[in-house]
Design a protein around this ligand. Structure first.
Ligand SMILES: NC(=O)c1ccc[n+]([C@@H]2O[C@H](COP(=O)([O-])OP(=O)(O)OC[C@H]3O[C@@H](n4cnc5c(N)ncnc54)[C@H](OP(=O)(O)O)[C@@H]3O)[C@@H](O)[C@H]2O)c1
Length: 261
C-alpha cells in the first residue's frame, strides 16, 4: 500500500488531502502541532472507513523547529517506510505592517513556518527517495506568491519563496527520479481564510481542492494553480504592468494583522 506523509494535517487542506488518500486506499502519516486533533481525526476516520490499524500514524511536530519535524519524519520511516509522496502543507497566514516593530517577529514566524518548514519537511526524505529512485515532494504554495498584495507582505514573500524553492529543487532532483510538484491554491474555505475581509473569487471547498490536487500529484505535474480559472487570473496578474496592478489594488482591504485577532 502506498504511503503519503502530510504536514498541517489537523485542519483544512491537509486533512482533506489525507481523507482523499485514505479513500483511495493509501496509508497516511499526518503531522501537526495539535496532536490531540490528529488523534481524534484518525480515530473517526478509522471507524468511518473501517481502516486497518496500520493505515494511519499521527505525529505531533512543529515545522518551525527542524529537529521536531525531522524526528517525526524518522519515526514515520521507521514505522511505515519511505513515503511515496511527501506534502509540505503546514502554513500560516498573517497580515503585517513593516512600520510596526512587533510585526517583524510575525514575519519571521511566517517565513520559518512556510519556507524553512517546507525545506525541513522535505530534507529527511530526500536521500531515501533518491536511493529508491522514486518519490514525489509536494510544496503547497499560493496564488499570493505571484504578486505582492498590500498588508500581506510576509505571506506573499513566503509563498513567492516557496515557488522558487520548489522549482530549484525540481531541477536538482529530476535526474534521480524524484519529482517535485508545486501546487498554488487560490481561495479554499478553511480556518485560514475564514476571517478574510475581502472578496475571495473562485472560493472552493477543501474537498474539491483535494480531489484536484491528488490528480495533479498522480500525473507528476510540475506546477499547478487550483482551481484552473484562478490559474488564468494568476497568469494575467503576472503580466499586468505595475501601474495597472497598483490601481486595481488601491483601497482594497488589507489582510488582518496578528494584533487585530
Ligand atoms: N485556504 C486557502 O485559501 C489557501 C490558499 C493558498 C494557500 N494555502 C496554503 O495551504 C496550506 C494549508 O492551509 P489551510 O487553508 O488548510 O490552513 P489551516 O486550516 O489553518 O491549516 C493549517 C495547518 O498547518 C498546521 N500548522 C501550522 N503551523 C504549523 C507548524 N509550525 N508546525 C506544524 N504544523 C503547523 C496547522 O496545524 P496545528 O495548528 O495543529 O499545528 C494546520 O493543520 C498552507 O500552506 C496555506 O498557506 C491555503
Amino acid at each position: 500500500m502506498k504511503l503519503v506523509f502530510i504536514t498541517g494535517g489537523s485542519s483544512g487542506i491537509g486533512q482533506a488531502m489525507a481523507t482523499a488518500y485514505l479513500q483511495q486506499g493509501w496509508r497516511v502519516a499526518l503531522v501537526a502541532r495539535r496532536l490531540g486533533a490528529l488523534e481524534t481525526w484518525a480515530t473517526d476516520m478509522s471507524a468511518q472507513l473501517r481502516l486497518s490499524p496500520d493505515s494511519i500514524n499521527v505525529y505531533g511536530a512543529d515545522v518551525q523547529n527542524p529537529d521536531s519535524i525531522i524526528l517525526a519524519a524518522e519515526q514515520c520511516m521507521a514505522q511505515m517506510g519511505v513515503p511515496d509522496v511527501v506534502i509540505a502543507n503546514a502554513g500560516i497566514s498573517q497580515g503585517v505592517d513593516t512600520a510596526e516593530r512587533e510585526d517583524l517577529a510575525v514575519m519571521r514566524q511566517v517565513m520559518d513556518t512556510n519556507v524553512l518548514g517546507m525545506a525541513a519537511t522535505f530534507h529527511p526524505f530526500i536521500r531515501g527517495m533518491q536511493a529508491r529512485g522514486s518519490g514525489t515532494l509536494v510544496g503547497i504554495a499560493s496564488v499570493a506568491g505571484i504578486r505582492g498584495l498590500p498588508g500581506h507582505a510576509a505571506y506573499c514573500a513566503s509563498k513567492a519563496a516557496v515557488i522558487s524553492y520548489c522549482e530549484s529543487l525540481r531541477g536538482e532532483l529530476r535526474a534521480s527520479g524524484v519529482q517535485v510538484t508545486t501546487i498554488a491554491p487560490g481561495y479554499v474555505a478553511t480556518p485560514l481564510t475564514a476571517r478574510n475581509r475581502y472578496p475571495m473569487p473562485f472560493l472552493m471547498t477543501a474537498q474539491d481542492f483535494a480531489r484536484q490536487a491528488l490528480r495533479c500529484i498522480a500525473r507528476g505535474t510540475s506546477y499547478q494553480v487550483i482551481p484552473r480559472p484562478m490559474g488564468v487570473v494568476a497568469k494575467l496578474l503576472r503580466l499586468l504592468p505595475n501601474a495597472v496592478f497598483d490601481r486595481v489594488l488601491k483601497g482594497q482591504p488589507r489582510k488582518h494583522r496578528h494584533s487585530d485577532n
